[in-house]
Write a protein that binds this ligand. Structure first.
Ligand SMILES: *[C@@H]1O[C@H](CO)[C@@H](O)[C@H](O)[C@H]1NC(C)=O
Ligand SMILES: *[C@@H]1O[C@H](CO)[C@@H](O)[C@H](O)[C@H]1NC(C)=O
Length: 352
């Protein structure tokens, strides 16, 4: 590698002037490739740890310092043989079709299958009694719903995440990794578990957002008042459409939870907790964040997550993936998927 680099640099700088341009062009192409594919950001995110003071952590009792509403539904038996990866899907009562699509597709893989993941939905209490009854029925049928006693609303999304993570640590502590995602996200669970098996230690990973300032417009969905967060910029955080926490990282994060109210933007709050806990977020290029990748086999094969799928799209993506074993994908697929992906406004789990 090194001699090769040296030769490359010599070519670049010592060669006669008019011979340099093709090389500079190649270099620019390389930089363009790395930045569009997300690898440059992935590389840069390693340096974030410089700004994070990893606390010399004394192993404290793992309890949430702030009481959260009690669980109404707790599918603890689903976790009797703990999965490697526990996937917590933030959902809302009216999204039955989306939950069913996930159950029939990537969420159908269980602890007993090769990927060893378990998918559970996190909800709160619907406002209407009819919806409450329907959800209860759904929970009895599928035994995959975690529910805590608070009103299901967009403003309570942060509490939903705290609830899900707390449930995971209390009732499913054998799970090595947690993935928090939404009900309009396609997850390539097999590929993601393979990736996670290579890692270890404290992990907080996803599609990183840097240098985002709080919205001070009270009419915005993402409004955060000065009282809730006074700074001009949030710390770097991973998009709520899909972030991964190792068990230990989730435990340390929850220790930092202070009493509410919390900013309604749950992913931002997780970033704030991570900073307080000294856990550096890491960018993962194959997590799409709010991006919806082109509806093609190679993208669902290449990416760990993709956002903004309808239940029908979810079904199609799953079928593509199932038939993809013999399908050849070029190594530039990631570049293609990111370049032609579309940003979809996050809000899949909100109340519309
Ligand atoms: C849930 O909360 C409601 C209102 O806050 C309360 O009336 C009810 O008793 C609670 N249910 C449980 C099981 O804690
Ligand atoms: C959040 O949940 C709590 C507890 O159920 C409830 O009192 C509050 O109104 C909810 N907030 C919103 C904005 O729905």
């Amino acid at each position: 590698m090194l001699p090769c680099n040296a030769a490359f640099l010599r070519l670049l700088f010592i060669h006669r002037r008019h011979h340099r341009w093709p090389l500079i062009f190649l270099l620019l192409c390389l930089i363009l490739y790395l930045s569009v594919s997300g690898y440059l950001e992935e590389f840069l995110s390693w340096f974030l740890s410089i700004f994070y003071s990893t606390s010399s952590h004394v192993s404290a009792p793992r309890v949430l310092t702030v009481p959260i509403p009690p669980f109404l539904l707790s599918p603890a038996s689903a976790c009797s043989s703990p999965p490697f990866l526990l996937i917590l899907v933030s959902s809302t009562p009216s999204h039955r079709d989306r939950r069913d699509a996930i159950r029939q597709t990537w969420g159908s893989l269980t602890s007993s299958t090769a990927s060893s993941s378990l998918t559970l939905f996190v909800l709160a209490v619907p406002k209407s009694p009819d919806e409450r009854a329907a959800l209860m029925h759904e929970a009895v049928t599928h035994r995959d719903i975690i529910q805590a006693n608070f009103t299901d609303s967009y403003r309570n999304l942060t509490l939903k995440t705290i609830t899900g993570l707390t449930w995971a640590l209390e009732k499913c502590h054998g799970a090595k990794y947690l993935l928090k995602t939404d009900d309009d996200v396609f997850v390539n669970t097999v590929f993601l578990t393979e990736f996670l098996r290579k890692g270890s230690g404290l992990q907080y990973m996803g599609r990183l957002h840097w240098h985002v300032s709080p919205s001070r417009d009270p009419d915005s969905r993402h409004y955060v008042s000065e009282e809730l967060y006074g700074g001009n910029y949030f710390p770097p955080y991973c998009s709520g459409t899909g972030y991964i926490l190792s068990h230990e990282a989730a435990a340390r994060l929850l220790e930092q939870v202070r009493s509410g109210p919390w900013p309604a933007v749950e992913d931002v709050y997780v970033g704030i907790l991570a900073q307080a806990a000294g856990i550096t977020p890491r960018h993962v290029a194959k997590i799409a964040g709010s991006m919806s990748v082109p509806h093609s086999t190679c993208c669902y094969r290449t990416m760990f997550t993709s956002h903004g799928l309808t239940p029908k799209g979810m079904q199609e993506a799953w079928n593509m993936l199932k038939e993809a074993d013999s399908h050849w994908c070029p190594s530039l697929a990631l570049l293609y998927c990111r370049l032609f992906g579309q940003l979809v406004e996050k809000g899949g789990d909100g109340v519309h």
